[in-house]
Design a protein around this ligand. Structure first.
Ligand SMILES: [Mn+2]
Length: 415
């Protein structure tokens, strides 16, 4: 594990980066803007110099001459259990929720030019890096293969991964509750068992322990400077809570999972927003409850935090066209009533593109529903006869819908 060191002649922003807290030897990528490429290569390959890299959208402060295909290194993405070196980065391919759809994953990776050319056998792109937004597991039929592919890439430095709510749930499902003997941090209720059954069946024994240990090390978000990645919702106040409670953008101690599983704990509330997304109440505005996709009654709707213009309840409440009330009748239209500032505070108004998953969209992406100038969802329901999707970012400062790519665009690999 390495801590960043300040190099002579580094830029002011670089110096700011290294002032970020380093906790227990862990540091998040957050403090290292992607444009900086501060390099401290493992094994003495550390770079020095000062010129920017032509052709690279994330200009680097120095280093060996850049050329296509040359592996440069970003330091700072040092997970628990070993540092990762990342290849530079002629762009990032942000890949949506996979949920055990390994065939679609390999189709998409191959279609984007990733090959198993790495000496470790991991998929790698010559000049780009993959970023997975989480929810690798649950529901789908090939979860172990997905985990092997993605972790190999993360270990080889050809991908980064943020935690999804399904990874957090898996950790909590497997963690005994210290305050309630015999119970787990995530209850083994019939509903929770059903949601997790495919994982429990497919990922067993040492594999399960190994991948659960890895899940615990995943960052809850990545701030790469020019782009941001989070599973469900980018929300500065929630991130500030996480940073103050755990010291950075990832968990660092087992008791933090207890707190993150305890309703009412500030860490629980913050992590829920980041990994499951904020919700807005319906009933207090005179709207009825609805039945969700699994038939469960909900009196709060998902909040459209990505809608930068959202103001009233109908702007904020995400009600799908197929939603019904509890008696099965179509959900009535949502009233345009004002909502208090705390509900509106989730709305994203920063001018930095943020990429997220979680929302089970249907391909193809629609403006203002799936993407806006500064937000882009990459979850298009890979395991529900949908599409596994990536957004291929190459330095643009606003979201460009033409940069979405879908597994459906490539002929599937032979079974
Ligand atoms: Mn999710």
């Amino acid at each position: 594990m390495k801590a960043a060191t300040e190099r002579p002649g580094s830029r002011q922003s670089d110096r700011e980066a290294v002032r970020q807290p380093v906790v227990d030897g862990l540091r998040g990528f957050r403090s290292l803007g992607a444009r900086l490429h501060p390099r401290q290569a493992r094994g003495g390959a550390a770079a020095s110099g000062g010129e920017e890299l032509p052709g690279c959208p994330v200009a680097a402060p120095g280093g060996p001459p850049w050329s296509p295909g040359r592996s440069l290194v970003i330091s700072g993405y040092s997970g628990v259990g070993g540092a990762c070196d990342h290849p530079c980065v002629n762009g990032f391919d942000i890949i949506g929720d996979i949920h055990g759809a390994a065939d679609e994953l390999e189709t998409l990776l191959a279609g984007m030019g990733y090959e198993r050319s790495d000496p470790t056998g991991a998929y790698r792109h010559p000049v780009r890096t993959a970023i997975f937004v989480g929810d690798l597991i649950d529901r789908g039929p090939q979860q172990l293969r997905v985990l092997e592919i993605v972790k190999e890439m993360a270990d080889a430095g050809s991908a980064m991964v943020t935690m999804g709510n399904h990874e957090l749930n898996a950790i909590a499902f497997a963690s005994p509750d210290p305050t309630r003997p015999g119970e787990y941090l995530r209850r083994h209720s019939a509903k929770n068992q059903a949601q997790h059954a495919a994982f429990l069946e497919q990922v067993v024994g040492d594999d399960r322990s190994r991948f659960l240990d890895w899940f615990m090390t995943l960052p809850l978000w990545l701030d790469l400077g020019d782009i941001r990645i989070v599973h469900a919702c980018w929300h500065g106040p929630s991130m500030a809570v996480v940073e103050s409670e755990v010291g950075g953008n990832r968990f660092t101690a087992p008791e933090q999972f207890v707190r993150a599983s305890t309703k009412g704990d500030p860490l629980y509330t913050a992590v829920e927003v980041l990994l499951k997304g904020p919700e807005v109440g319906l009933v207090q505005y005179g709207q009825p409850a609805f039945l969700d996709k699994d038939g469960h009654r909900r009196d709060r709707a998902r909040l459209r935090w990505w809608n930068g213009q959202a103001d009233t309840l109908d702007d904020l409440a995400e009600i799908g066209g197929s939603f019904t009330t509890e008696d099965g009748s179509p959900y009535p239209s949502v009233a345009a009533v004002p909502v208090p500032a705390d509900e509106r505070s989730y709305v994203y108004t920063d001018r930095v593109p943020v990429f997220y998953g979680h929302y089970w969209r249907r391909w193809a992406p629609q403006q203002s529903v799936d993407w806006t100038t500064y937000t882009a969802c990459v979850d298009f329901s890979a395991v529900r006869s949908g599409a596994l999707v990536a957004y291929r970012w190459s330095g643009e400062q606003t979201v460009m819908p033409g940069n979405y790519i879908s597994s459906l665009q490539f002929s599937p690999q032979p079974a």
